[in-house]
Design a protein around this ligand. Structure first.
Ligand SMILES: [Zn+2]
Length: 283
């Protein structure tokens, strides 16, 4: 699971934005290891018994629809004749009409014209909701609207039926999964940070978070399925550690509003979503 590939990302996406040179090295490592990228839809079709896959398939996913997919990711995929799946938050798109604009993108986003070019280059695109809402936490009417607007815009503007979906933040529950299924999507991606298995079902593809700090030896081990559980346990601890450091620094800074209310004794703020299968997809 990727989000952004940029040399100099803004702070909001920094932790999940991979340097372009490292991304290129990761693609080369996949090829060298004999892995073949396939679109998520092909994996879903295989799981449903209607398609064959290469011997060692891997699905490369990109969430949110940042503009760097067009400038940094696409050329590196095309150069190597590799494919991927891109999940777009329709209300975030750069040229969304005034009535369609929704949510707050964390960085520059793709345009509809670029999405057409990306699809023409053999990249699968799919839905990632309309405003990037946490779908397990919204009212039923909002859930329906988030899915319908996303699906209808993608189908109308790109002229093909929607196939695959990706839950914003990876959050889903039985209600969300049922709504995605009845909206016509054949499969959906979660996060989970474990290897994908058929028993997770087509509406709960587990993915591995690739972060800016994921170095090449680690990447090679993860895609080979080695030490995945151990890595993400350590990764979670490290993320939590950094969060404490950030909060501590903030509390010790010269800002009177913060120093007036020390947070040192309060400890880390409890995560509102502690379930490990629901890792937030932005820092
Ligand atoms: Zn997202």
């Amino acid at each position: 699971m990727y989000h952004s590939v940029r040399a100099d990302p803004p702070p909001a996406t920094h932790a999940l934005s991979v340097h372009p040179d490292r991304f290129a090295a990761q693609l080369d490592a996949l090829v060298e290891l004999g892995l073949t990228p396939v679109p998520f839809g092909a994996l879903v079709a295989h799981w449903r018994g209607v398609a064959d896959l290469p011997a060692r398939p891997v699905v490369l996913t990109f969430d949110d629809g940042y503009a760097d997919f067009h400038t940094e990711v696409l050329p590196r995929l095309v150069e190597r004749e590799l494919t991927a799946s891109l999940f777009v938050t329709t209300g975030w798109l750069a040229d969304a009409g005034p009535a369609d604009r929704a949510g707050s993108p964390l960085d520059a986003t793709l345009s509809w014209t670029q999405l057409k070019e990306i699809e023409a280059a053999g990249i699968e695109t799919g839905g990632h909701s309309h405003s990037h809402a946490a779908l397990d936490a919204v009212r039923p009417a909002v859930l329906g609207d988030e899915l319908a607007r996303c699906r209808d815009l993608l189908e109308d503007r790109l002229g093909r039926p929607e196939q695959v979906f990706c839950y914003p933040f990876g959050y889903s529950d039985a209600r969300v999964r049922a709504a995605v299924r009845t909206s016509g999507w054949t499969g959906a991606c979660a996060v989970a940070n474990t290897l994908a298995r058929v028993d997770q079902g087509p509406y709960g593809l587990a993915r591995l978070t690739i972060r800016r700090r994921t170095d090449l030896p680690t990447f090679r081990r993860l895609v080979a399925g080695v030490g995945v559980t151990r890595h993400y346990l350590a990764d979670r601890a490290l993320t939590k550690g950094y969060a404490v450091v950030r909060r501590t620094r903030a509390s010790l800074s010269a800002r009177p509003m913060l120093s007036a209310k020390p947070t040192l004794s309060a400890g880390p703020t409890p995560s509102p979503r502690p379930t490990p299968t629901r890792e937030q997809d932005r820092p």
